[in-house]
Design a binder for this molecule. Sequence first.
Ligand code: H2U
Length: 355
Amino acid sequence: MEFDPNEHQHLRYNPLRDEWVLVSPHRLKRPWSGQVDKPQEEEIPPYDPHNPLCPGNIRSNGCRNEDYKKTFVFDNDFPALQEDVCKPPESGDPLFQVAPAAGQCKVMCFHPLSNVTLPLMSHQEIVEVINKWITVMQEMMLSFKWVQIFENKGAIMGCSNPHPHCQIWASSYLPNEARLSDRNQKQYYEKFGRPMLLDYASKESKSGKRTIVENKHWIAVVPYWATWPYQVLLLPKRHVMRLTDVTEEEKDSLAKAMKLFLTKYDNLFQVSFPYSMGWHGAPTGADLETDTNHWQLHAHYYPPLLRSATVRKFMVGYEMLAQPQRDLTAEQAAEKLRNLPIEHYKTSFKKTGAL
Ligand code: H2U
């Protein structure tokens, strides 16, 4: 019998995390008696006088938001990282290590209206978001080793507020994910003399099997080693180390790529697709002066949904105790997303009155 990756179980290697994922496509044939129906989507009002992220409203700390018309950035009123705090004494015990942590946390609203998420925004509004990400990065990267831009979207992801927003946490240290990614990209660069993810982007572009959206400057794929069913890796096709290095033309086509694949995300289960996403680029602060050529800018999208708007994948059991496992292959997930309409279901519903 010949090996068929859509039929036969196998392990796939994630070179960014130096870990393996178990792929078991034969399990897709098992009967499913769980919930598959689409629940009524909660209508989010464009403005809520009690929402602390809306323009002109008062936040928990008593500050009033600007009456913003585009994006709006403010210091998180409940920051997980602060700048001038007491440092812990060294422990000297290998089993009870402790290290100082300093940082800054900001919140960024994408749009003045609470019901306008990224895929529903105009091209220019998405460009505004990208520009603001870059401005905040430029400012925070001078003082901090790592600036993590992340969007936690949807109540299912524990997001506390439906208003379209992201957070930016800047830290004096490299967080775990960044440390892993830095080490593995460096090892690949030392071995092959090229940035790992630049090679990856070019191989994915040639194959097309896992591509969802591709344009002149960007490619969005379900990565070969994806653990979440509809995970996406978005990356530039030329060597770009940081978000602050993208050109005007690249910003423009990034906005187009985001609009397209985020629309497909929403269209998959006809719901505002929940996920956690974040940008990873070369470390900053003192590392702005070091050689970080092994880095390639990229964004990870980790959506939890599996079968419907409510049926999610849990990373529990074998995943927690042994290693990640998936049924649907990355190629099957990519094909599903690729074949979805490019018009948002809410827009087509408005036009035709039917889904
Ligand atoms: P999440 O919805 O992803 O939890 O992000 C909302 C953030 O906004 C959260 O970190 C902050 C919370 O601390 N926030 C304020 O800074 N001020 C407020 O008045 C409400 C929420």
